[in-house]
Design a protein around this ligand. Structure first.
Ligand code: PNS
Length: 167
């Protein structure tokens, strides 16, 4: 059985991430979407538990049942390669939106391969219609009251607006 881990901060998950994970199920038997517990690049808007719950709802909302049934969503702490080994995954899935993503993704792929030579990284080119999307911009637009309904699933919209209302 071919298992892949799709690791990320997913704060919040966007239609770009969902496009990548659903296309990955065409290649892998199972895809474990790994939610990093403490993303360092910015303060997380959604807690780890919220991100996991929102992603599970988003997968159920947006993916056909045959696809959703092969996607697991789990939180992880520590190294991605350790999470891959624990999940029995021999592939890491990542999305590439533009050439600007390439440099850091190449570095991560080489580093992960050095740490775990048995685990390879497979890249998906994010669908053109989602290639402008970023979680950071979604957070910023939402914080200023903008409409992110075309960028993220409805469950994410609901969670972001509940967060703004302090719920
Ligand atoms: O969604 P992101 O923030 O671009 O995802 C980055 C992520 C989670 C893939 C990366 O930060 C990561 O793998 N973190 C876990 C710690 C780790 O393994 N670091 C070494 C990576 S080469």
């Amino acid at each position: 059985m071919k298992i892949a881990v799709y690791p990320g901060s997913f704060d919040p998950i966007t239609y770009g991430h969902l496009d990548v994970v659903s296309r990955a199920t065409a290649i892998f038997d199972r895809v474990v979407l790994g939610v990093l517990v403490n993303p360092q690049k910015s303060a997380a808007v959604l807690s780890t538990e919220e991100r996991v719950a929102v992603i599970r709802e988003a997968v159920a909302e947006c993916c056909p049942v045959a696809v959703a049934s092969r996607i697991d969503v789990e939180a992880f702490d520590g190294l991605t390669v350790d999470f891959c080994r624990a999940s029995k995954a021999t592939f890491i899935v990542r999305g590439l939106r533009a050439i600007s993503d390439f440099e850091s993704e190449l570095q991560m792929a080489h580093t992960n391969r050095k740490l775990a030579p048995e685990i390879d990284t497979v890249f998906f080119m994010t669908a053109l219609e989602h290639s402008y999307l970023s979680s950071s911009l979604v957070k910023e637009i939402s914080a200023f009251g903008g409409d992110v309904g075309q960028m993220v699933p409805q469950t994410v919209v609901r969670h972001l607006s509940a967060r703004k209302r302090g719920l």
